[in-house]
Design a protein around this ligand. Sequence first.
Ligand SMILES: CC(C)(COP(=O)(O)OP(=O)(O)OC[C@H]1O[C@@H](n2cnc3c(N)ncnc32)[C@H](O)[C@@H]1OP(=O)(O)O)[C@@H](O)C(=O)NCCC(=O)NCCS
Length: 189
Amino acid sequence: MSHSQINYSNLIIRRANIQDLNQTIKKAIINSLIFLAPSILIALIVFQYEIEPLIIALTFSPYLILCIFAFIYNSGRLLGFFPKQPKNTHTWVAIYMGKRIGSTDINSQSNYSVLETLYINRSFRSLGVGTLLVQTLASEEIKPLYVQPERHAASFCEKLGFVPVNQTDLPTQLKERNSLFTSKYMVLR
Ligand SMILES: CC(C)(COP(=O)(O)OP(=O)(O)OC[C@H]1O[C@@H](n2cnc3c(N)ncnc32)[C@H](O)[C@@H]1OP(=O)(O)O)[C@@H](O)C(=O)NCCC(=O)NCCS
């Protein structure tokens, strides 16, 4: 259901805590199990129709390996065997009436930050949540704040005051990440 408006006094924007991160990891584990379900179906078909199991195994093995890898990796994160987040990364969340409706990761370096994976739930878009989320974190994070927006989101970033930045003016680490297939970085100073 799409919302036409929200009560902003019920909207909380804050840094994610350990419970938020565990919740995200649990969702990823459930997703990997859901994606494993088709392989059970395939096993049943193989059994039923006596299809050459080797052909099926070769066709689906990359998919299976990915699912199993995701399951093991996320379970390891949940149990504390692997870090919950990549180094120098933390998350901001937008919570509406107790439900997470948006989030973004921030990669913090000593003299700049990078905004990554900004996402607002479909039913809460165009209500100003994305704007509030970015404005709130921008007031607390190390500036300049860089973003490499998806093409359609460049105008959203412009409205927030981000401006295009030349490749030569980027921090070295970001230059390495830039490629032909991604849009240009923008910066908020
Ligand atoms: C881009 C995104 C984060 C914006 O969040 P939001 O809460 O909908 O944004 P706001 O309501 O604060 O939007 C403010 C303005 O930005 C612009 N804008 C927002 N989303 C836009 C989009 N997808 N395309 C073009 N302009 C957009 C609009 O001008 C909007 O003003 P309007 O509501 O008067 O039209 C959200 O659409 C989203 O999660 N998209 C999918 C993932 C994505 O593209 N992430 C961005 C990576 S940088």
